[in-house]
Design a protein around this ligand. Structure first.
Ligand SMILES: NC(=O)c1ccc[n+]([C@@H]2O[C@H](COP(=O)([O-])OP(=O)(O)OC[C@H]3O[C@@H](n4cnc5c(N)ncnc54)[C@H](OP(=O)(O)O)[C@@H]3O)[C@@H](O)[C@H]2O)c1
Length: 290
């Protein structure tokens, strides 16, 4: 039985679906056990950040997928509990930037303890794998979707900042592999997309795929910060994001590692493919009444 924390989320839900589709016994842990899952998935109520709620989730488990967002500060405690339940393997979701200055890691300011999840897996005495993905392709939709739905100008910072976004589906396939196979054990695997793209190039790709003439208009970090905070994004997160971009302007952050291709035996999905598969989300323009 493979236990997935963060099972209703961006990574967890498709991971549960993929394992279930392969006929692997899988248990989805959620704070909301009414959440719908495919037939055959064992849905168990639990709050991974409160390990005392996790005994029934861990009973009979052989492997545990640790999502830091769901696990919070409790990674070490939860992994120790898993070991006492005879869990044999822990696969931690971490991030490519876990070794960076914490002030440059925006996710830390929303409570993600990615380094701690990795450390807990490594120190567990169990079989372990740590997955270190780069930024998810879906972040572009959160950052620019509203502007692209409203018009053809994307106002954002640092057009030259480059990184190799990962298609979340590739991360999910590698996570399933790490849970099931032996050859990633004991590794911290940096997972990227196939190509570094600058912010301006990402917007150009979105425009090409949508058949639109999108224009990137650089704005100052102060203006971007003000806009993001006004949209409800916590200021410490935005400050760290701006620091991350500024720190890595000289060269791409996390250039392609090609690990996805080495592990899955086929190339990582390109950003253009991701955009094509999510085009509708960029195109739901507000209807003009009348
Ligand atoms: N986005 C990126 O670019 C990126 C890149 C690299 C690494 N990461 C890392 O990936 C992880 C996030 O994975 P994800 O996108 O799959 O997460 P997610 O979809 O935001 O959340 C996963 C699940 O965790 C539970 N959860 C969310 N917030 C919680 C909270 N405050 N307390 C307790 N449980 C909570 C929810 O499950 P229930 O409500 O069902 O309990 C949720 O469905 C983070 O550690 C992040 O740093 C992200």
């Amino acid at each position: 039985m493979i236990v997935i924390t963060g099972a209703t989320g961006v990574v967890g839900r498709p991971l549960v679906d993929l394992l279930a589709a392969q006929g692997i016994p899988v248990r989805a842990v959620t704070r909301t056990p009414t959440a719908e899952f495919p037939a055959g998935v064992d849905v168990v109520e639990g709050t991974p950040s409160e390990p005392e709620t996790m005994a029934s989730a861990l009973r009979g488990a052989t492997a545990l997928f640790l999502n830091p967002r769901a696990v919070g500060d409790a990674a070490h405690e939860l992994v120790a509990l898993a070991a006492r339940h005879d869990v044999r393997r822990v696969v931690a979701l971490a991030a490519a930037n876990v070794d960076d200055d914490p002030a440059d890691q925006p996710s830390r300011f929303r409570g993600d303890r990615n380094a701690e999840a990795e450390d807990a897996a490594v120190a567990s005495g169990l079989e372990w794998v740590s997955l270190r993905p780069t930024s998810f392709a879906g972040n572009t939709l959160s950052a620019w979707g509203e502007q692209i739905r409203a018009g053809d100008v994307v106002r954002f910072v640092y057009p030259a900042f480059e990184e190799s976004l990962i298609d979340e589906r590739d991360l999910v396939e590698v996570a399933a592999y790490a849970l099931l196979k032996e050859d990633l054990l004991g590794r911290r695997v940096v997972l990227t997309g196939p190509q570094s793209l600058s912010h301006a190039e990402m917007v150009a790709v979105i425009g090409d795929v949508l058949g639109r003439s999108l224009r990137y208009q650089e704005i100052r970090p102060e203006a971007a910060t003000q806009g993001m905070v006004a949209r409800g994004i916590p200021e410490p997160f935005v400050t760290a994001l701006m620091r991350r971009y500024a720190t890595h302007l000289d060269q791409p952050q996390h250039p392609p590692t090609h690990e996805v291709e080495k592990i899955l035996g086929r190339p990582a999905r390109s950003f253009a493919v991701w955009v094509d598969d999510h085009a509708a989300a960029f195109e739901q323009r507000a209807r003009v009444p009348g």
